[in-house]
Write a protein that binds this ligand. Sequence first.
Ligand code: B1M
Length: 215
Amino acid sequence: MSKIQEISNAVQSGKSKIVGGLVQEALDQGVNPSEILNIGMIDAMSIVGEKFTKNEIFVPEMLVAARAMKKGVEVLKPHLAGDGSSSVGKMVMGTVSGDLHDIGKNLVIMMMESAGFEVIDLGVDVAVEKFVTSVKENPDVVIVGVSALLTTTMPAMRDTVKALLECECRDRIKIMVGGAPITQEFANEIGADAYTEDAASAAQVAKSFVTFASA
Ligand code: B1M
């Protein structure tokens, strides 16, 4: 069995204690860190989601799988991220109200930091007002990232974007959205400035926003 398959199996079965070690072994063998993340962990979480949909597993199993993935990401982080020493701009990031999923948000933050952004992490289940207040309190914030993982919390994303569009701070920020149920069409409909499918492209788009602004 390949090391990546071992990592995937360990994530799927929530074996937090061994995931970190397996990731380190894969790195030592020269396996590409992005492959470890995408195939060993993100794809593993999709399999977990499919099993949940089929009632083969339940919330506790999803939770332990999430914990196991976080352990793996901790080991992988220095190999995926740059040194983040030079700040290209400040951003605010959070998962919308009613939504507790944070792995995707954390990956976006990790990629943003590696692209040189300073990120204020508002966490999960973030009220609309908290997004707005944070932007108002931090006049140097130039990007707001909003994540949602549930179809039932897409309306909260709509409300969040609406409040940011109506805020007097609107002119200085770009609003970026993402998460499994979000599409480009939905992003356009709610007036977000950008939608990206994954964390790496989110960082690329964010960087293009600040490069464009300073050109
Ligand atoms: Co939940 N859950 N969950 N869950 N969970 C999903 C999302 C689900 C698809 C599973 C399924 O049914 N197949 C389903 C949603 C269905 C739907 O809405 N259509 C679901 C459900 C139903 C639920 C509950 C309602 C279950 C229940 O209680 N009955 C409940 C809701 C709780 C709540 O939020 N109020 C719930 C709870 C949980 C746990 C707490 C147990 C746990 C989360 C733990 C945690 O995050 N700390 C959990 C998990 C682990 C999952 C799955 C299995 C994995 C999610 C994940 O971390 N994926 C998930 C199934 C799935 O996704 N296939 C599922 C890996 C992660 C890297 O991907 O977050 O998509 P993702 O991030 C991606 C992109 O989306 C993107 O970048 C990342 C990759 O690079 N991205 C952005 C994300 N945000 C972005 C922002 C950007 C740009 C890109 O710009 C700002």
